[in-house]
Design a protein around this ligand. Structure first.
Ligand SMILES: *Cc1c(COP(=O)(O)O)cnc(C)c1O
Length: 425
């Protein structure tokens, strides 16, 4: 599409946007009496208006029924995780029994690594992206130590070399080469789906194939991917994946995590795992006997009964994604992000102030654009904040913007760019 830099053009795009009405379904923080321009949906998504009602309904259910709430009503708590299953599966391209909502993200990463990172003296290495989100780095490091291994000699980090290439993200070939080079020493490839810093979306299918060719397991952290990009985890053959619900999935601070375990591992009771009663065969869960018998599929990794209040918020949000459709959201997202890129490029030719470190290839990114700034970056970021733009600052000097298709408008994007243009040089 041919873009144009004037505000009228942004308004025309909004008028033609079939998803524009979703914006009305969200609560925006206010700045001097007007909604902020919110570009932080990759850190914490905005609150859907339906969440409050969903929470109150569960509080009422509890007030009215007490313990019987587990079995009464349209959504008895006893089965609550099942009410999230179909929509979660749809969202990540999985079969329903391949997904479960439980715990929080880092917890699930550990639980699934307990099962799928099984180092042997010969095959023990982990490949991950350099500069992964700190929680993932700590999870890898401590999992490796749990097996009595040394992280230094066990974890291979694949890094871009901007000083040599000018490129701040990885080429798929570089990832595949690292996997091939590790060969039969490789136990696990554990990558982010989208890197939180650069916004790069990795080719998960190619990475999975390469991992399997090397005889390794492929796992992904989809914290920045779920609700951002359409996925086909089942067809791509991914072994396991985890994600959170409070970033692009708008389910509230500390919202629950989703986990995916491929069908090929659905019925493997011999896989070591850290178990709890909710992962035990449902038909005899309340017989309270010895001997753990896992449920079929991802449900067999559950530990505890559902966190009803946070699941209820998540359910309200998943309903919106199911109705809006991930493919439709992606179609708008491609346009919205390309429009921001176009406006930023326009500003940067006047006076270069930043470098885009996100891939320019739209297939290799989702919503997010990350700008590497110079020593005036913090002042620029503060100016944006003072002018009602909510973005994200990452030390030492990166500003991240996430135009989110469900609630950001083209006019939002125009105002963001205008604010950057007007910032003191
Ligand atoms: C946001 C994020 C986390 C946070 O994990 P929690 O356990 O939900 O606090 C971990 N890893 C990645 C890649 C993230 O983006």
């Amino acid at each position: 599409m041919q873009f144009s830099p004037d505000l009228d053009f942004a308004r025309k795009l909004d008028a033609a946007d079939p998803l524009a009405h979703w914006r009305e379904q969200f609560l925006f923080p206010q700045h001097h009496g007007a909604p902020v321009r919110y570009f932080c949906g990759n850190s914490l998504g905005l609150q859907p208006k339906t969440v409050r009602g969903a929470l109150l309904a569960e509080l009422d259910h509890w007030a009215e029924h007490g313990v019987e709430g587990h079995f009464r009503g349209e959504q008895p708590w006893m089965y609550y995780h099942k009410f999230l299953q179909a929509q979660s599966a749809q969202l990540v391209g999985a079969l329903p029994h391949e997904v479960v909502v439980m715990n929080t993200l880092t917890v699930n990463l550990h639980l699934l690594m307990c099962s799928f990172y099984r180092p042997t003296p010969q095959r023990y290495k982990i490949i991950m992206e350099a500069g992964a989100f700190p929680s993932d780095q700590y999870a890898m490091e401590t999992q490796v130590r749990l097996h009595g291994l040394n992280p230094e000699t066990t974890i291979i980090e694949v890094a871009p070399h901007p000083e040599k290439t000018g490129r701040h993200y990885l080429l798929t070939e570089e990832v595949l080469e690292a996997i091939e080079a590790a060969g039969d020493t490789l136990a696990l490839v554990m990558f982010g789906g989208v890197n939180y810093y650069t916004g790069q979306f990795f080719d998960l299918q190619a990475v999975t194939k390469a991992a399997h060719r090397a005889g390794a397991i492929a796992g992904f952290d989809l914290a920045h991917t779920a609700g951002n990009l359409p996925l086909q985890l089942h067809d791509w053959g991914v072994d396991f994946a985890v994600w959170c619900s409070y970033k692009y999935l708008n389910s509230g601070p500390g919202g629950p995590s989703g986990a995916f375990v491929h069908e090929r591992h659905a019925n493997r009771p011999e896989l070591p795992r850290l178990a709890g009663w909710w992962g035990h065969d449902e038909s005899e869960r309340f017989q309270m006997r010895k001997g753990f018998k896992p449920m079929y599929g991802a449900a067999g990794w559950q530990l505890s009964n559902a966190q009803i209040l946070s699941f209820a918020a998540h359910k309200a949000s998943l309903d919106m994604f199911a109705e809006a459709g991930m493919e439709n959201l992606r179609a708008k997202s491609l346009q919205l992000t390309a429009y921001l890129e176009y406006l930023l490029d326009g500003i940067n030719t006047e006076t270069p102030r930043f470098t885009l470190i996100t891939p320019r290839d739209a297939q290799a990114r989702g919503c997010q654009l990350s700008l590497l700034t110079d020593d005036r970056g913090r002042a620029l970021f503060d100016y944006l904040s003072e002018n009602g733009v909510v973005a994200d600052w990452r030390e030492p000097n990166v500003i991240r913007f996430a135009p989110v298709p469900m609630y950001n408008s083209f006019e939002d994007v125009w105002h963001l760019a205008e604010c950057i243009r007007n910032a003191p040089k």
